[in-house]
Write a protein that binds this ligand. Structure first.
Ligand code: FAS
Ligand code: PHB
Length: 392
């Protein structure tokens, strides 16, 4: 087999990149180790930046998102028992975010991929990437026990944190930066109406909470728990009681509880691999970086990598500028580190890390950044997402 671009991973990164390349007439094949059902079963992000929304529109896959996505012009932060609203429209030049689950956007991209007729191979095993420093790299994989080979021009490693791509870059070449936080997020998805028309991030003496949503009838809630906690020790009742105990009095009685559809604990980590390119391999999304979800940046960072790689591939294949690949890693990493910083900062402000004086200082930070024009602008501009840079 031959393809111009081999995409490893059929998560949002791989599928969005595949759709954009296909629309531009750049042939590509997607290799995924799991089944489509397994990929869709992972409940993850829920907030899309305008950059992501724009790319999905450019990919021609925005119809359902436009219909069902919820535009949010504000987000709320609760601390010291009060709730303050961050007016995104006012403090981020009229921008907003769209609430639309990662599961939904992935399903839309999968459907578009099938409709496009572009090749995808699910349930592959033993993917290997070879000759990345040559002009003709190739990828080996097994399907139903039979080894196959794809000769290609480039490889997009969209295979997440546990994928094969990052590990293909020699340890002598790659530098990894990591911070592991002492808590995880226990998340519950339920068919109950959201507590508010906008997201509420909050911290109380008992810890962090987030009241999010997927629609006006489906909610996603989180509380932070110690890393020793096991999800099987958290009944629905125990979860709802703990969340209610963390909520400010003004919304406590608005919480509608119900049976969990999904319940899981996600560890919090900051991680970056540099560089994000090695010869003809490009790392995209979680394959290269992880952020604690407090800033709603994980999925949105994957989208900015896709944007840069897509534009670079257009330069290579449509303008015959193969030298354009040299800018990929630095373009991505500038925005990656901004998102890492913002996510780390929001996480430290909204979790009870450290000792009493740390909490007092963090509450003072929350008071300043949600209580002054300057502070509100700092949070709003980063929450809606910093602009993508031009690819030259
Ligand atoms: P993904 O991990 O989504 O996809 C990678 C794909 O590659 C997977 O389908 C995998 O099966 C496949 N793969 C791996 N190895 C392979 C191999 N060797 N061969 C072939 N295929 C292979 N972000 C937010 O913004 N908000 C959140 O609340 C949030 N919650 C999260 C909770 C959890 C538990 C996790 C893990 C992440 C969360 N994220 C959140 C971040 C998440 O949304 C990611 O940013 C997003 O999934 C990134 O998408 P991809 O880069 O496509 O990686
Ligand atoms: C979610 O809805 O799952 C969600 C929203 C915002 C975040 C994290 C998770 O920052």
């Amino acid at each position: 087999m031959k393809s111009q671009v081999v995409i490893i991973g059929a998560g949002p990164s791989g599928l969005l990149l595949g759709q954009l390349l296909h629309k531009a007439g750049i042939d590509n094949i997607v290799l995924e180790r799991a089944t489509p059902e397994y990929v869709l079963g992972r409940i993850r992000a829920g907030v899309l930046e305008e950059g992501f929304v724009g790319l999905v529109k450019e990919a021609g896959v925005a119809q359902r998102m436009d219909r069902e996505g919820l535009p949010h012009g504000g987000v709320k932060v609760a601390f010291n028992g009060e709730i303050r609203r961050i007016d995104l429209h006012k403090y981020a030049q009229g921008k907003q975010v769209i609430v639309y689950g990662q599961t939904e956007i992935t399903a839309d991209l999968m459907e578009a991929r099938v409709a496009s007729g572009a090749p995808s191979v699910y349930e592959v095993e033993n993917v290997e990437i070879h000759d990345l420093m040559e002009d003709a790299p190739y990828v080996l994989f097994e399907k139903d026990g039979e080894q196959q080979r794809i000769d290609c021009d480039y490889v997009a490693g969209c295979d997440g944190f546990h994928g094969v791509s990052r590990k293909t870059i020699p340890e002598t070449v790659r530098k990894e930066y990591e911070k592991v936080y002492p808590v995880g997020w226990l998340g519950v998805l339920s068919d109950t109406p959201p507590i508010s028309d906008e997201l509420i991030y909050g911290v109380s003496d008992r810890g962090f909470f987030l009241c999010s949503m997927r629609s006006n009838t489906r909610s996603r809630h989180y509380v932070d728990v110690s890393l020793e906690e096991k999800v099987e020790d958290w009944s629905d009742e125990r979860f709802w009681d703990e969340l209610k105990n963390r909520l400010p009095d003004e919304v406590k009685n608005d919480l509608v509880t119900g049976p969990s559809i999904e319940k899981s604990i996600a560890p919090l980590r900051s991680f970056v691999c540099e560089p994000m390119q090695y010869g003809r391999l490009f790392l995209v999304g979680d394959a290269a970086h992880i952020v604690p979800p407090t800033g709603a940046k994980g999925l949105n960072l994957a989208s900015s990598d896709v944007n840069y790689l897509y534009r670079v591939m257009l330069k290579v294949f449509k303008e015959n500028k193969p030298e354009a690949i040299a800018q990929y890693s630095s373009l991505c990493l500038r925005r990656v580190w901004h998102a890492e910083r913002f996510s780390w900062w929001m996480t430290n402000m909204l979790h009870n890390f450290g000792d009493e004086i740390d909490r007092k200082i963090m509450n003072s930070q929350l008071d300043f950044y949600t209580g002054t024009e300057a502070g509100l602008r700092v949070i709003a501009e980063q929450y809606v997402g910093l602009p993508y840079e031009e690819v030259t």
